[in-house]
Design a protein around this ligand. Structure first.
Ligand SMILES: [Zn+2]
Length: 301
């Protein structure tokens, strides 16, 4: 079966921001957050970096044909490393672009240069990190509109990691306003829908937005983290099967959220979460979720 991973992270060095503090790679999988050092990756990531070469080796090892490189201000700004990776592995990797949306019109100009160049595509918002320095910001604020307009004009997809209930309200507005943008909701709705406990109403709202708008999709990754559960991830399976029942197989795409998810499972276990675990999804629909939808949306052009 063709497997495509639509959410994998690479970086030569963690250089991001979280909890208002800078993050920086040290060694043996650890990073500093301000003055504190934390175990961020398994210790086998000796330099606390996630290289394109290691990602490709994992993909070869586990039968993953292609992957989308996903940025996040949490890890830092790594467009140039993504460009290097997609040039080295043009048949395996595509890279999603990152600019600082808070810069408004200037960010839109930076993005249009990137899209004209044609090496990276799309855009990522991880609400918590993106608005780290402006926590009151909303995705629908008018000074950010030039970035949305740019993505819409260039028909670029936007990947969104939702954190709060109001992010879901904003999503509902944006998906109607920007019909040329394909919206991919990361991690099944992420923190806005689960964190240790289910926020069932929020999850159901996200699923109905996905079902009711032809330009909205959802990735299956990272749910085990929100429930702090071990393989074989029974709660996560139930959540993915519930989504399948409501949005259907054309709207869902498998993702690993590599390498952070290696703290919780092996890459094969992350594949098997959907491939073997979700017994209520028939094999022909699993083919769509595991790779065919992503091939069609991100690679057939
Ligand atoms: Zn991620």
């Amino acid at each position: 079966m063709r497997i495509i991973d639509i959410h994998a992270h690479i970086y030569e060095k963690v250089a991001g921001i979280t909890q208002g503090q800078p993050m920086s790679s040290t060694r043996l999988g650890r990073v500093t957050i301000g003055n504190q050092e934390v175990q961020f990756l398994p210790p086998s990531f000796e330099k606390s970096q996630s290289t394109a070469e290691t990602l490709i080796a994992y993909m070869d090892w586990c039968g993953i044909e292609k992957a989308l490189l996903m940025p996040n201000p949490y890890y830092g700004y790594h467009n140039s490393y993504f460009i290097k990776a997609v040039k080295t592995y043009p048949d395996r990797l595509r890279g999603v672009a990152l600019v600082d949306i808070l810069k408004g019109e200037q960010a839109a100009r930076e993005l249009s240069v990137i899209y004209d160049e044609g090496l990276l595509f799309g855009f990522k918002i991880e609400v918590n990190s993106t608005f780290q320095c402006a926590p009151q910001k909303r995705m629908t604020d008018s000074d950010l509109a030039p970035v949305w307009d740019c993505c819409n004009q260039y028909h670029q997809p936007v990947f969104i990691h939702l954190f709060k209930g109001c992010d879901i309200e904003d999503l509902a507005v944006l998906v109607k306003r920007y019909r040329n943008i394909r919206f991919v909701i990361c991690h099944m709705g992420a923190d806005a829908c689960f964190y240790q406990t289910a926020k069932t109403e929020n999850f159901e709202t996200v699923l109905s937005i996905t079902r009711d708008n032809s330009n909205v999709f959802i990735d299956t990754s990272t749910v085990p983290v929100y429930y702090q559960e071990e393989y074989p991830f029974p709660t996560s399976i139930a959540i993915i099967e519930k989504a399948y029942k409501i949005v259907g197989p054309e709207k869902m795409m498998w993702a690993s959220d590599y390498p952070g998810m290696l703290n919780h499972a092996t890459m094969k276990q992350l594949i098997n979460l959907v491939l073997n675990g979700c017994a209520k999804i028939p094999p022909n629909h699993k083919e769509l979720i595991m790779g065919k939808n992503a091939q069609h949306l991100f690679f057939d052009n």
